[in-house]
Design a protein around this ligand. Structure first.
Ligand SMILES: Cc1ncc(COP(=O)(O)O)c(C=O)c1O
Length: 369
């Protein structure tokens, strides 16, 4: 986990102002080394949605050629960096026909689907495209359940693959996402095992799949600590070795690559004592980087270097909306106006979903070593 010191944070603040997000290139490099060590041979498609900042994508590009994209803008963003279209996978299960056309014109050849109505949209391209069928594996041991909206239960998979094959389309494999910030590796191993069953059943009918996409979801540290990464990845790798020794295995990490590689540097812009409780107003809020509080259900550690007795307080963002409260029930030592605060693990699903509401632009992103 990357942690700025307060000296570093104040230097960045003096240079760029706040709010700013400092992204550690070294931490991102370490994340790719960990993935290469613990999941050797798995092709890592960075999930652009987690953080699509061009500088961040540039760092990712130094470590993997592969990207998981979902929209025309994401395709253009990674092509701008020199990513090759054959190294992209379009993972949005539901797409506008014109978005598929755009992707195909851009050279994208790998797509994900999860229902028969989507298959019609691929007909104009026939066997040119490689399709992966997304399965659902509901998971309560994760922070964001991604099987609520997408994916079919494994038992429906063979019929859908058969249907696609009858339509003259090419299904190359299965994909799943066990949920973001997934804390339990055995959700992956169960899913991998289930996918093997589907592969085997289809093979017995002469339909041979050769790709498995295990999605993203690998966890990072926020307020709560997570299990040691070696212990997290070991059972997943073991299941892949056991059930998919020869298939091409892909993954789509987003949060794991950039989540705890970034720190947000904030300033206290005002304070007020209201109904005996301290309110501290800071220069980023739920319409900015802390949008992750809403959409990503995350608790981020906010750090001060002030000493003193910690007291219950409310930390609010800069916009005029009463909804713009980051923490209704925090504890801090007494803070002063212009104090610098650091927030860890602010790299994924933060700036990505920040808005310009009330005229406040999203925090600037600055790469650091
Ligand atoms: C299809 C797909 N792949 C990959 C990701 C990235 O997941 P994570 O950031 O948990 O690694 C997501 C996240 O929403 C997703 O929907």
């Amino acid at each position: 986990m990357f942690r700025l010191t307060f000296d570093q944070a104040r230097r960045l603040k003096a240079q760029y102002g706040t709010p700013l997000v400092a992204v550690s290139q070294r931490e991102m490099a370490d994340k790719f080394s960990i993935l290469a060590e613990y999941l050797p041979g798995v092709k890592m498609y960075y999930a652009v949605k987690a953080n699509a900042d061009p500088q961040v994508l540039g760092v990712v590009r130094r470590h993997t050629p592969y990207f998981d994209i979902c929209s025309p803008a994401e395709i253009l963003a990674v092509k701008e960096l020199g990513a090759r279209p054959e190294d992209l996978i379009h993972t949005n299960p539901i797409k506008k026909p014109e978005d598929i056309r755009f992707a195909v014109e851009q050279g994208v050849r790998w797509f994900v689907f999860d229902n028969e109505f989507e298959l019609d949209k691929f007909l104009p391209y026939g066997r040119d495209l490689n399709l992966l069928l997304r399965l659902s594996f509901p998971n309560t041991d994760c922070v964001v359940n991604l099987s609520y909206k997408y994916g079919v239960p494994a038992e429906q998979a063979p019929a859908l693959v058969r249907r696609a094959t009858e339509m003259g389309l090419t299904v190359r494999g299965l994909a799943f996402h066990v949920g973001s910030q997934s804390l339990n590796p055995y959700k992956y191993t169960d899913a991998i095992h289930e996918c093997r069953r589907v592969f085997n059943l289809l093979a017995s009918e002469g339909i041979y799949l050769d790709h498995l996409d295990i999605g993203g979801g690998f966890p990072v540290e926020y307020v709560e600590s997570i299990m040691p990464l070696r212990s997290f990845f070991a059972p997943i790798q073991e299941a892949l070795d056991t059930y998919f020794p020869t298939a091409t295995v892909m993954a789509e990490p987003g949060r794991f690559v950039v989540g705890d590689a970034a720190n947000l540097v904030l300033s206290v812009v005002g304070k007020s004592r209201r109904n005996t409780v301290w309110w501290y107003y800071v220069d980023d809020g739920v319409y900015g980087c802390f949008s992750g509080r809403i959409y990503d259900h995350c608790d981020y550690p906010i750090i001060t270097d002030r000493q003193g007795e910690r007291e219950q307080c409310i930390i609010a963002g800069p916009t005029c909306d009463s909804f713009d409260v980051i923490y209704h029930n925090s504890v801090m030592p007494p803070l002063e106006v212009d104090d610098t605060l650091i927030v860890y693990s602010m790299g994924a699903y933060t700036t990505a979903s920040a808005s310009h509401f009330n005229g406040y632009p999203p925090a600037r992103i600055v790469l650091v070593d």
